[in-house]
Design a protein around this ligand. Structure first.
Ligand code: URA
Length: 209
């Protein structure tokens, strides 16, 4: 079973509280999400492999370590996932970014792809799927599935806030995927909102409400 990691660093929890606050305006909301994404990137990349290198300092040779192995790929789910991309890129500027757009078919209620653009070497990358609000888990599961169908094997999921229902759905569908969250909330309401949550992440990020 994939692990569930709650990133409970005080800075993340502090910023998440202001992200939740309905009085936080778009500009601050965006900045706080960016900062939390950067802090979560630190945690989600903790197990990246290192290799030994030597560097010449001005006075001697020093043993050093650099990240080795597969490069990162960030896969934000449109549109709220976009809000976490730049924060991660600040720590990992060489990551490539693929985009996945999904909508829910009003009749089947199943997620349908409307836009998928991935790095050409996506199969060779360690992927982080970004879905800030893990509600039912439908979009995250569909995004992970489409990546696996294209041959991707190394996938983690990064969310700001998850509902227990969403976590369970991802664990059932993709037990190989580790999930990183800043908070696990109480439940989903009848409209699919996470309670207490933060409202609609896309609207709050882009000021469309
Ligand atoms: N998407 C959101 O933006 N907010 C929720 O609470 C659930 C899904």
């Amino acid at each position: 079973m994939g692990k569930i990691v709650v990133c409970d660093h005080p800075l993340i929890q502090h910023k998440l509280t202001y992200i939740r606050d309905e009085n936080t305006k778009t500009k601050d909301f965006r900045q706080l999400v960016d900062e939390v994404a950067m802090l979560m990137a630190y945690e989600i990349t903790r197990d990246l492999p290192l290799e030994h290198v030597e560097v010449k300092t001005p006075v001697a040779i020093a043993d050093g370590k650099v990240i080795s192995g597969r490069m990162l790929g960030l896969i934000p789910i449109l549109r709220a996932g976009l809000g976490m991309v730049d924060g991660i890129l600040k720590l990992h500027p060489t990551a490539k970014v693929g985009h996945v757009g999904l909508y829910r078919d009003p009749e089947t209620l199943q997620p349908v792809e409307y836009y998928v653009k991935l790095p050409t070497d996506v199969q060779q990358r360690e992927l982080i799927v970004i879905d800030p609000m893990l509600a039912t888990g439908g979009s995250a599961n569909a995004a992970i599935k489409l990546l696996k169908e294209r041959g991707c094997a190394s996938i983690k999921l990064m969310c700001l806030i998850a509902a227990p229902e969403g976590i369970q759905a991802v664990q059932e569908a993709h037990p190989d995927v580790d999930v990183y969250v800043a908070a696990i909330d109480d439940h989903l309401n009848d409209h699919g909102y996470i309670i207490p949550g933060l409202g609609d992440a896309g609207d709050r990020l882009f000021g469309t409400k």
